[in-house]
Ligand binder design. Structure first.
Ligand SMILES: Cc1cc2nc3c(=O)[nH]c(=O)nc-3n(C[C@H](O)[C@H](O)[C@H](O)COP(=O)(O)OP(=O)(O)OC[C@H]3O[C@@H](n4cnc5c(N)ncnc54)[C@H](O)[C@@H]3O)c2cc1C
Length: 459
């Protein structure tokens, strides 16, 4: 065996597929009973698919669009016709365009903050954020501190908090300013990250995003993929790696050997694998510092998208707990109406583990506030708490708290002997997104091919 890939998310599958294409012998070991990882589509009814995980692609995510085309996954634009709703400070307003008019002074304040961020982000090198001119200062403060120091208005600060929740599923105090800037540069700027039309929320998958992972798995071939195979330990020897899998503590351990191992899982989970010999301190301490965000994705399904009849497009931004962001997530033909509410950051931490009935009640109450009493009575309701997923432990991805990038960033992608690192968290462009996962898988495959070819005598 040339290579073992740990994890059948998009990163691992991309990597394995590239290796197989290059004529290498490869095996993917996946903990779950399915492929896709943070991509997880659920068939609600014939023709109605709900993406419990990733669901959008947007401009400049060329790798992801290419993959969609390769596997024949059709896309359609997110619904944006009509007016959006803002609910802030106890008042609701309808608006069109990207930013609600909450007063000139507020708009100027927020706009100034956004343009400052975009300008600073340009100075952050994507391959090495710690080499930014002000890296040390930017990495020693949280994004929350920067907001406090820079934004003057309550509305402006709320807008930035919403950005933190929507993009990182975390609170502004959880990650450093340098991380916010890196991420902005990685995804192409504030508007690109946050917009629907022209931004990262532009297009959805007609039959669910999981088609990407399933299409890749099919091309890879069933003989190269083992499901229900959580990797517990990796031992490196002079000329090979041994990878130990055990579904649960009472089960027998399966051992696989290869010349290289590619670990394509979130850093927090990579830290739970036992390594022999132990990983270098920088790599281990890096993974001690990269927590996953917190998000619960909530879906209320109605007989029709009734809000459209009121001239609304279903999009809401708000400061009402616990749902600050809502989208119209109906299927392309509008045969049923689906509202998607996000519970993110602190609110997700509070509502994780709460009785599901109680959570349903709280979410529907907020939706009724936004869209009227009919919203309280969906035909179906379901939600998905990603922090409770044992093989993900939080989403959308990892965030870097103060000090992580500047002191440990160099260990993020650096191979450790015959162990290589992939996963969206290791991407330079679109880190945290499907596109970044693909980039990381391609890069790791290239690194593996180099190791396999540069020292053939050691293989
Ligand atoms: C709710 C939600 C919404 C999102 N929305 C979007 C979006 O709209 N657009 C977008 O581009 N991105 C979105 N994302 C992010 C996107 O899903 C991820 O960036 C991408 O799927 C990550 O792929 P990956 O292969 O790097 O990691 P993962 O998908 O996490 O894959 C890792 C795989 O490794 C497996 N694994 C973990 N530990 C082990 C182990 N020890 N042994 C074996 N296998 C293991 C896991 O089961 C998993 O299958 C969203 C994510 C979530 C959760």
């Amino acid at each position: 065996m040339d290579a073992i890939v740990v994890g059948a998310g998009i990163a691992g599958l991309t990597c394995a597929h590239a290796l197989a294409q290059a004529g290498k012998e490869v095996l993917v070991l996946e903990a779950r009973s399915r492929v896709g990882g943070r991509i997880y589509s659920h068939m609600l009814a014939p023709g109605v698919v709900i993406d419990l995980g990733a669901q959008w692609l947007g401009p400049t995510q060329e790798r992801a669009y290419r993959l969609a085309q390769t596997v024949g996954a059709a896309l359609f634009p997110t619904y944006t016709e009509g007016e959006s709703l803002v609910d802030f400070g106890g008042q609701q307003k309808r608006y069109t365009g990207i930013v609600p008019n909450l007063g000139l002074w507020n708009l100027l304040d927020f706009g100034r903050g956004v343009s400052l961020l975009d300008k600073m982000a340009q100075q952050v090198p994507l391959e090495a954020p710690w080499r930014a001119p002000n890296a040390e200062a930017w990495d020693s403060m949280t994004f929350a501190t920067w907001i406090q120091q820079t934004l003057r208005t309550r509305v402006g600060r709320w807008g930035m908090r919403l950005f933190a929740e929507a993009v990182f599923a975390a609170e502004p105090g959880d990650f450093s300013l340098l991380h916010a800037l890196f991420y902005l540069h990685s995804g192409g700027g504030f508007e690109r990250l946050t917009a629907t039309r022209g931004g990262a929320q532009q297009d959805r998958f007609v039959h669910g995003a999981q088609a990407l992972a399933e299409g890749l798995a099919q091309r890879l071939g069933a003989e190269r993929l083992k499901l229900n195979s959580p990797v517990r330990a990796i031992r490196q020897e002079r000329d090979r790696v041994r990878v130990y899998c055990q579904p649960h503590p009472d089960a027998p351990t399966s051992v696989y050997e290869a010349k290289v191992a590619i670990v394509a899982i979130p850093p927090a989970l990579a830290a739970r694998i036992e390594y022999d010999p132990p990983l270098p301190p920088a790599r281990d301490q890096l993974t001690q510092r990269l927590p996953q965000g917190s998000v619960i994705k909530c879906f209320a399904v109605y007989d029709r998208p009734f809000w459209r009849e009121q001239g609304l497009n279903g999009f809401v931004t708000s400061d009402v707990e616990p749902v600050h962001l809502v989208f119209d997530n109906s299927p392309p033909d509008g045969s049923v109406g689906i509202l998607l509410g996000f519970i993110e950051g602190r609110s997700a931490r509070q509502l994780s583990g709460v009785d599901p009935e109680r959570r349903r009640e709280v979410v529907l109450q907020v939706l009724a506030r936004y869209f009227g009493e009919k919203a309280r009575q969906p035909e179906h309701y379901l939600d998905h708490d990603w922090s409770a997923e044992v093989w993900t432990r939080g989403c959308y991805g990892a965030h870097f708290p103060p000090g992580a990038w500047s002191q440990y960033g160099h260990a993020l992608r650096a191979p450790v002997g015959r162990i290589l690192w992939a996963g969206t968290e290791t991407a330079t462009r679109w880190m945290g997104y499907i596109d970044g996962a693909i980039e990381s898988g391609e890069r790791a495959a290239q690194e593996a091919i180099e190791i396999l070819s540069v020292h053939p005598d050691h293989n």
